[in-house]
Design a binder for this molecule. Structure first.
Ligand code: DGT
Ligand code: CA
Ligand code: CA
Ligand code: ZN
Length: 587
């Protein structure tokens, strides 16, 4: 155990004592000792082994000295464990947030049960924080910003966040002197749900320095990491890093393949190429002459076969162009060689949106406005899926209110005749798989969507049995956001997704791919599995406003990552065929 570890442990103890409201002199004594420990040139463990008296150190009293000896001997401090029994250690992380001191951390814990940054974020989202004594709307907003910053320095960014963060940057780069073409590469081009950093390629003849210098001068850059003749790198104020590479026209396609990745896809391509005495890199595809050791060649030496375009690069390797969303080394290379790549679903194939909320529950827009917005998108149909009664905090539908809603739907059908409005509900799956609305309501709904919103910490078997039981109900059409995950916020709950997909095939239930970029649930691997099992997938936005309907494209991207074709997606069907599917059990 190093001095740094000891200092950290003492700091943790001091922080927790401070949250607990312990004697301030005691707390100050720990912090003073931490300063001393941090400034020591000798390791404390060797001092203790040599029998030195730690109280001889400035600011280290008997109490702290005994803690250090205990920590070195046992790996922990009894006093810390005592305090932790009362104050969870994760509360110390909250204090690292701007705007949260020990008193506020304590109040959040006592009043709202907040233990982690995640809990605090949830409480903020539920608007529980601003009403607490000593907080208020402004203080809540400040904490929200602090959490966003805290995250952005630690983790990956959601794809929708990244798109917003770089919108201005892309047009800035396009204005660079000598820039002929600008393309996004990396995980963003593959449309992954989260992005580590952004990769941009710029085509330019000759020296690229003016391009990279223009790039790093972007006003949204918090700092420039580098700007050279072929490469520049900046970090935005949000903490998002952006790498830019300047590439000559003859290599642009090869560079685009290389920097789009994924790394696994690149490695698989290269391994195949080597067998045919070809070399693939960011400069092009080259034939290695007989009798020459490829290791002795420079990166752009050998007979150049391709490099200008991506198509050319793949063709020179005996492959068809692979859509970036498939470049994850999950069978696309074989499919590309054999000519069996899927014809991926596109946004324009979507003919309806089958999950959205209105003012009848937690949406902020009337049914009529949602219907008009869907009609404006060119859809043929939509389903109004307000929550059911278990979601009492959002006025989920009781049977009476469900009936009342049907009357309003009947009115809106007359007002917006260009689109078909299906009566529906997002029916909660209760504790043991019971559905939250009675059969006489479920029988009459045009479409029954079910989902889990409560008791998400059940163990795997309990949760799986619960979902399977709900799916076996003869009125059920769609299982929505099946794993409950929230990207960067909440892990999927424990669920045997394979069993769920098999049950979906058995009971003829569709599974949702929730298009909200905060969810994207099911993920692309599960969606691919659904396709293999013949389970129809529905891509729905779960919109709570007309703006939310625009999230459909994120769902379509994720569906494409899961290899789905239009025929695998239920809501690409024309209304008549979709109706036929709804009547599948009565025939
Ligand atoms: P990210 O940024 O973590 O979301 O994921 P990517 O895929 O954007 O990864 P990144 O930014 O590290 O690199 C961009 C692409 O460059 C990557 O997808 C493939 C390529 N690449 C990077 N490093 C290597 C490497 O060591 N070998 C190969 N073959 N390709 C690499
Ligand atoms: Ca990247
Ligand atoms: Ca990168
Ligand atoms: Zn839901």
């Amino acid at each position: 155990m190093e001095n740094l570890d000891i200092a950290r442990t003492l700091t943790l103890l001091a922080d927790l004592l401070e949250i607990q409201g312990a004697n301030p002199f005691r707390i100050r004594a720990y912090r003073t000792a931490v300063n001393t420990v941090n400034g020591l040139s000798k390791p404390l463990h060797s001092m203790v082994e040599a029998g030195e008296d730690l109280t001889a150190l400035p600011g280290v009293g008997k109490n702290v000295a005994s803690h250090i000896v205990e920590l070195l001997g046992t790996g922990t401090i009894g006093r810390l464990e005592e305090v932790e029994a009362e104050i969870p250690r994760t509360l110390a992380e909250l204090m690292a947030l701007d705007g949260v001191g020990p008193k506020k951390a304590k109040r959040l814990f006592d009043e709202l049960g907040v233990r982690t940054v995640q809990d605090l974020d949830d409480a903020l989202e539920a608007k529980k924080v601003e009403g607490l004594e000593g907080f208020g709307v402004r203080s809540a907003e400040k904490i929200r910003v602090a959490i966003a910053e805290h995250r952005q320095h630690t983790g990956r960014f959601r794809i929708d966040e990244v798109e917003k963060l770089i919108a201005g940057l892309l047009s800035h780069v396009a204005d660079a002197p000598g820039a002929e073409r600008v393309e996004v590469a990396g995980s963003l081009r593959r449309r992954k749900e989260t992005i580590g950093d952004v990769d941009i390629l710029v085509q330019c003849r000759g020296d690229g320095t003016p391009v990279t210098e223009h790039f790093v001068a972007f006003e949204g850059a918090a700092r420039a990491e580098s700007a050279g003749p072929t490469k520049g790198s900046i970090v935005l104020h949000s903490g998002l890093q952006v790498d830019l590479r300047v590439v000559p026209p003859a290599s642009f396609g090869a560079a685009l393949v290389y920097f789009t990745g994924s790394k696994d896809h690149n490695v698989a391509i290269r391994t195949r190429a080597v067998r045919e005495r070809l070399r693939v890199n960011e400069w092009g595809v080259f034939r290695v002459p007989e009798g020459v050791d490829p290791e002795t060649l420079g990166k752009d030496e050998g007979e150049r076969l391709a490099g200008e375009t991506e198509e050319g690069v793949y063709e020179s390797l005996g492959m068809r162009w692979v859509p970036p969303v498939l470049r994850e080394s999950r069978g696309e290379i074989e499919a590309s060689r054999e000519g069996t790549l899927p014809r991926l679903v596109e946004l324009g194939d979507i003919r309806g949106d089958l999950q959205m909320h209105s003012t009848w529950s937690d949406g902020n827009t009337s049914i009529e406005e949602m219907a008009r917005a869907c009609a404006g998108l060119g859809y043929e149909y939509l389903a109004v899926t307000d929550h059911s009664q278990a979601m009492a905090m959002v006025q989920g539908l009781t049977p009476e209110r469900a009936r009342a809603q049907w009357e309003e739907v009947a009115e809106v059908r007359k007002l917006v005749p260009e689109i078909e409005i299906l009566t529906s509900a997002e029916v909660d799956i209760l504790k043991h798989g019971e559905l939250d609305l009675p059969d006489d309501i479920l029988d009459v709904l045009d479409l029954v969507v079910i989902s889990v919103h409560s008791l998400m910490d059940q163990d795997r078997k309990t949760m799986t049995d619960r979902v399977l039981r709900a799916m076996a109900h003869p009125s059920v059409d769609i299982l929505a956001h099946p794993t409950g995950r929230r990207i960067n916020r909440r892990e999927p709950f424990e669920l045997d997704v394979e069993a769920v997909l098999e049950a979906a095939a058995e009971h003829s239930v569709a599974v949702e791919l929730n298009a909200n970029p905060r969810r994207l649930d099911l993920n692309e691997v599960h969606v691919h599995r659904a396709k293999d099992l013949g389970v129809p997938v529905v891509i729905s936005t779960d919109a709570h406003s007309p703006a939310g309907l625009m999230d459909m494209r994120f769902g379509v991207d994720q569906a494409r990552r899961g290899w789905l074709e239009a025929s695998d997606v239920l809501n690409t069907r024309p209304l008549s065929e979709f109706r036929a599917w709804l009547g599948r059990r009565s025939s």
